[in-house]
Structure formats: C-alpha cells, structure tokens
Design a protein around this ligand. Structure first.
Ligand SMILES: *[C@@H]1O[C@H](CO)[C@@H](O)[C@H](O)[C@H]1NC(C)=O
Ligand SMILES: *[C@@H]1O[C@H](CO)[C@@H](O)[C@H](O)[C@H]1NC(C)=O
Ligand SMILES: *[C@@H]1O[C@H](CO)[C@@H](O)[C@H](O)[C@H]1NC(C)=O
Ligand SMILES: *[C@@H]1O[C@H](CO)[C@@H](O)[C@H](O)[C@H]1NC(C)=O
Ligand SMILES: *[C@@H]1O[C@H](CO)[C@@H](O)[C@H](O)[C@H]1NC(C)=O
Length: 396
C-alpha cells in the first residue's frame, strides 16, 4: 500500500465516517438526584426569575414627558428692615416659568435704592487702606465690589477702605434673616401637570386621572395614605416627605427633587399605569464640611427716580428649587425578547451534565470506578494501525 493511498483512505474516513456518542448510564441515586436538582435550579432561574420576576418576555420603551406647574398662595411680610409687603405668585416664583422646575423665594437680603456712584469698599484685609497711595486707580478685583477710583475713604469711624465705582450703597449679604421671611410659603400649594408618552406602544397618559373633575381638583391635596394620586402638593408636605424641615431648608435655600415614576406593565392582563410620587433633597446638606450650603442667586428690579437717575433694588434670593424628574419604562409582550431570553435561559441546561460529571468524578464514593469507565487513556503503540477497526475504503 503506497503512502498516497493511505492518505487518501484516511481522508475518506474523515469525510464519510459517521460519528455518534456512546452513553454511559450511571445507576447512582446520588448522582441522579444531584443532576435533577441542578436542572431544577436552572429551570427555576430561567422561568421563575428571568420570566416571571424580570419580565424578560417584554420589549421595553422609556418615557417621554412634559411638565407644567402652577404655584398658589399669598404671604404678607412686615420685617423691621423693610416696608410691609404683600407677596403673590408673580413675586416669589422666579422665573415665571421654568423647564421641569420652579423656584419659590423664601428668604432674601434686600439692598434698596442702589445707584451707579462711588462708595468705600466693605472692610476686609485686601480693601483697607491708610491713604490714597494704597488704592491703585482702575484696579479691578473680581472678588471685590467694583472698580477702584484711587481714593482712600472713611468707611466708618474706625475703618478706612478704598473707594470703588459701583452700584452704591454696597450689599452687605451677611444680614440674612435667621428665620425665613416668607415662612408662610410652607402652606403654598403647587399643581403639577405631567403628560407622558411611550411612543413605541402609542400609549399616552397624564397625572390628572380620568376620574378627576374640576371640583375634585379644587379641594384635593396629595397625601400618601389618603389621596396618593392628587396632583396638588403642599410645599411643606413634600419637604417633610423628603425627611427635611421646611423652615430649616427655607432659610438658606435648597433643591428638592420631585420624582414621578411612570414604570408600567402595558400587557393586557396587567394594564394599570399610574404615577408614583416620591421626594428627595438633591443638594448636599451634609453637616460636615458644608462650607457653602443652600441655594441662592441675585436679581434686581430697576426703576427711575423722579429726577431721572436709574436706581435698582438688589435682591439676593434664597429659596427652594423644585426639580421635577420624570422617569419610567414600560414593558409589553414581544415575541423576539421572549425567544431570545428563552434561548439564553435554556442554554444553561446544556451546562448541567458538566456539573453533574464533576460531581460524580470527585464527590461520590464509587468515583474511582466511574473514573475508570468514563475516562479512557489512549495507549500509544507504534504497531497499531492509525484507523484500527471498521470498514475500509479502497482495495486491500
Ligand atoms: C408692621 O409692624 C409694625 C411694628 O413692627 C407695626 O407697627 C405695623 O402696624 C405693622 N404693619 C402692619 C400692616 O401690620
Ligand atoms: C475720616 O475719619 C477721620 C478720623 O476718624 C476724620 O478725622 C476725618 O475728618 C474723616 N474724613 C471725612 C472725609 O469724613
Ligand atoms: C400653615 O397652615 C397651618 C394650618 O392651616 C397653620 O397652622 C400654620 O400656622 C400655617 N403656617 C404659616 C407659616 O402660616
Ligand atoms: C365630580 O366627581 C364627583 C365624584 O368623584 C361627583 O360627586 C361630582 O358631582 C363631580 N362634579 C362634577 C362637576 O362633575
Ligand atoms: C394624611 O392623611 C392622614 C389621614 O387622614 C392624616 O393623619 C395626615 O395628617 C395627613 N398628612 C398630611 C401631611 O396632611
């Protein structure tokens, strides 16, 4: 038999021999129970957890939403350092409309009658001076209050500071009232109107539910136990749900998140899609290392005095910003995710025999017998034929 003939023969064997696996049946109760137990675990995972709990048979879509808000309430202030003042929505909600958020003014530092003129700087190590030589004309410190004129002036009977060109008199922002000026804001209410869409499923909803009519909306108020779907919220109630004290938060300001969760199961057997509200404080109120706490910003109201001088009232506003965060995913039965997760779950079943084999070959009493019967070592022998048995192709 020539060498090329042998080569050809083994190629034919390679192509046309049918291979089948031989099964070794192990009549051992322990191994059998272990095998079925692992199979059961895999089935429980694939069906019980992935399908029933995780709802892997659903296709999902995330929410698209729009929010509008309307705050209501009045306040009257009669503080010692300012005129008696009546406040309504147009005064304390700044700006008049915001994107998914609204700000309610609760405390402020007011500096009235500012005009563009010259006045001495507020005393600090970098602004005190002895004479005009200490003040460079035109020097502009971003942390100061204006542009220096080059003069050194009496700030008070004891302190002399550099004069600046600025809006004078300068704001003294350490005079923040210890109790919020608009303490009455705790009883203000806000109506939140929220419409959501799941575009993939062509599903639309709003947080004013179908059973709510206008007379209901006039009297209802959100309360987690008695009326969890009313879209009208008392500010104090939202802040106490977030675990905070309204008057504390109102003094220095803060940011509160109103979370609206629209997670829905849109399958026919579970069609119930209602918003769930929760509240949490979003800014840091950690008492350790809380150097610049709260939330504030400045704005001004401009007017002309009768003699034609432009004048403004500067307000450093402290208050609570309410951010409305809408999130959610909806799920609905889909054939593709069903097949994909079914395949993925069941493919774990093919791993079970390997686990059972490992158990049988290492942990069972008769493991040596099973080892001998299951694993055969190939004994290499130069005389044995490459293809030891079975039919042969070609002539002998
Ligand atoms: C404001 O308070 C002062 C005393 O602090 C009082 O005399 C005055 O009547 C108050 N004004 C109003 C409108 O209540
Ligand atoms: C500034 O204060 C000093 C002493 O306190 C006083 O002698 C001087 O007249 C004051 N200057 C002005 C312009 O008031
Ligand atoms: C808010 O309303 C409650 C009850 O209506 C009242 O007791 C409380 O004094 C009010 N808060 C303020 C700051 O006016
Ligand atoms: C609003 O709904 C309530 C029941 O929820 C009903 O008693 C009332 O008559 C309705 N009002 C109007 C104006 O439809
Ligand atoms: C919510 O309703 C319950 C039961 O009527 C009442 O006890 C509770 O004070 C209410 N909560 C608020 C914040 O109004």
């Amino acid at each position: 038999m020539s060498k090329s003939q042998g080569c050809c023969r083994s190629f034919l064997h390679f192509v046309f021999d049918y291979e089948t696996t031989k099964t070794l049946v192990v009549p051992n109760l322990g191994v059998g129970c272990f095998f079925r137990f692992v199979q059961l675990l895999v089935l429980l995972y694939a069906v019980g957890y992935v399908f029933v709990v995780q709802k892997a048979y659903q296709q999902t879509d995330s929410v698209m939403s729009t929010v509008t808000t309307k705050v209501k309430g009045f306040a009257f202030t009669n503080a010692s350092n300012m005129d008696p003042n009546f406040w309504d929505v147009a005064d304390y909600v700044i700006p008049a409309q915001g994107l998914n958020s609204f700000f309610v003014l609760t405390n402020m530092v007011i500096t009235p009658h500012q005009t563009q003129s010259r006045c001495p700087e507020l005393p600090s190590p970098s602004t005190t001076c002895v004479d005009d030589c200490d003040c460079i004309e035109g020097y502009n410190n971003p942390r100061g209050n204006g542009i220096r004129t080059g003069l050194c002036e009496n700030y008070s009977t004891t302190a002399r500071t550099c004069e600046v060109l600025s809006w004078c008199p300068l704001e003294i922002d350490t005079k923040l009232p210890e109790h919020p000026l608009l303490a009455a804001a705790e009883n203000f209410t806000v109506l939140i109107k929220n419409s959501v869409t799941y575009p993939k499923f062509d599903f639309h909803a709003r947080n004013i539910l179908t059973h709510m009519n206008s007379s209901y909306l006039k009297r209802c108020e959100f309360n987690r136990t008695t009326d969890p779907h009313c879209p009208i919220f008392r500010l104090k109630h939202m802040i106490s749900e977030a675990g905070e004290e309204f008057q504390d938060m109102a003094t220095k300001g803060g940011i509160l998140g109103i979370v609206i969760d629209w997670s829905c199961d849109l399958d026919r057997w579970a069609k119930k899609c209602l918003p769930k509200y929760s509240f949490r404080r979003l800014d840091n109120k950690n008492p350790v290392n809380n150097v610049a706490p709260g939330y504030n910003f400045r704005f001004a109201k401009y007017y002309m005095t009768p003699d034609g001088v432009e004048t403004r009232t500067l307000i450093k506003a402290y208050g609570i910003r309410f951010d409305i965060l809408v999130f959610g995913t909806a799920g609905k039965f889909g054939i593709v995710p069903t097949l994909v997760s079914l395949g993925a779950g069941l493919s774990f079943l093919t791993l079970v025999p390997y686990v059972a084999d490992a158990f049988m070959l290492t942990c069972v009493k008769k493991r040596q017998l099973y080892n001998r019967r299951k694993v055969e070592y190939l004994v290499e022998d130069a005389d044995t034929e490459e293809i030891p048995m079975g039919t042969t192709y070609g002539t002998q």
